[in-house]
Design a binder for this molecule. Sequence first.
Ligand code: ATP
Length: 490
Amino acid sequence: MSEELFKKVVSHAKEYGFVFPSSEIYDGLGAVYDYGQNGAELKNNLRTYWWKSMVQMHDNIVGIDAAIFMHPQVWKASGHIDGFSDPMIDNKDSKKRYRADQLLEDKISRYEKDGKTNKAQDLQAALDKALTENDLPALKELIIAHEIACPISGTRNWTDVRQFNLMFSTEMGAMADGADKVYLRPETAQGIFVNFLNVQKTGRMKIPFGIAQTGKAFRNEIIARQFIMRMREFEQMEMQFFIRPGTQKVWYAHWKEARIKWHEKLGFGKEMYRFHDHVKLAHYADAAVDIEFAFPFGFKELEGIHSRTDFDLRNHQELSGKKMQYFDNDIDEATGKPFGNYIPYVIETSIGLDRLFLATLCASYKEEEIGEGDKKDTRVVLSLPPQLAPYKVAVFPLTKKDGLPEKAEQIMNDLKADYTCFYEEKDAIGKRYRRQDALGTPFCITVDHDTLQDQTVTIRYRDTMQQERIPANKISEIIAAQTSWKKLLQ
Ligand code: ATP
């Protein structure tokens, strides 16, 4: 059923202008996608929800917009040139490339499905050990021992496991000769670290404080699958929270709690989320946890919360020769003196906007049986939180004549500046309602002959399908109450 739901969501996304494969007329480009007219609106609204809750709602968090290209030394300092890689393995018959750890994780899931719990646990433990120790031969041995075959060729004719760096590079400058190799950033976080001093000084920020950013990141994923779950070009929304060393446990707990609440506010159900502690910590972290979401294909990472210590700022200080320090004149009760100079510690919250988009579509997509007897029907509805809906309201003249379109347009013009509006005059009203349900539009307004006489309209609500007669000058008030960001942010 879940796999079926996923297929439906993917085709709905295409059919209703949410997500298209990139360069589709040339048969697409692996794991790169474009957002269509409705997807772009939904994505903007999700980004706004994040930005408002992080930046606007916090006096001590500010937002920046750093460039995608950065000095190549940044990636040396961050550890990405030496360490940002995944273990890959090729099947010699199909010539297909896989992530060794993912082949093993799929096997664990299969053991679990078949009720072989012990086998699943043993393999999980062995996988964790091999990953922690970076033991590539051990990964291959596990693949052989558990008789994992290539899904394409069906054979077990594997190469050795090798490391594969995930960063894309290109050249900056005129000619290949003497041009500098630059990278497309694999995470937005480094744009924040290198601007730490700029922002702290110009914003007169006092620790603890945060810097937030949204933007594109690029990773040459070995295998990219599951639609917009794992892309080669994607968007991240990251916040680095700078703190006094020694307070990281408290702030880590704080952000874990704050972030899961942020997700839960969307109303998809608490049971859709869970925490998953990292066993193998990234090179920069002293604690890390994922917020996982119940996607139709299982619980998978949606957001990461990482205690990054002073790893990044310290390395940038060493490599750039610039002091990445903060002078803390608060008094340390233990010594009675100011805390003084130090390199701040960092708690990071990092979420993929595309994954959030996918989670939102999956959780909102519903097929409902409606009507009775002869009128029995099904409808597809996206029960999006109204703040996120691509269109807040659709306006329909009942017919194309008698001045109704003009009246509808007049009503729409009045709403346009504040709300995204959709206008449609083709087809029966029922059909028009269905189309808006499929886009997640929370309100439809129908203008009929009575409107011309008494200035009232019919408002129809997406979720209940109930209809009400209201004065036209009340529309804005009703939409405002339902789409206010306050409801999600307070
Ligand atoms: P995964 O284990 O799934 O590869 P990750 O642990 O490498 O993810 P992070 O480096 O912590 O991911 O990145 C933070 C967030 O960015 C992730 O939680 C995810 O939402 C998003 N993200 C990472 N890689 C991709 C990708 N290839 N496509 C889409 N979103 C991604």
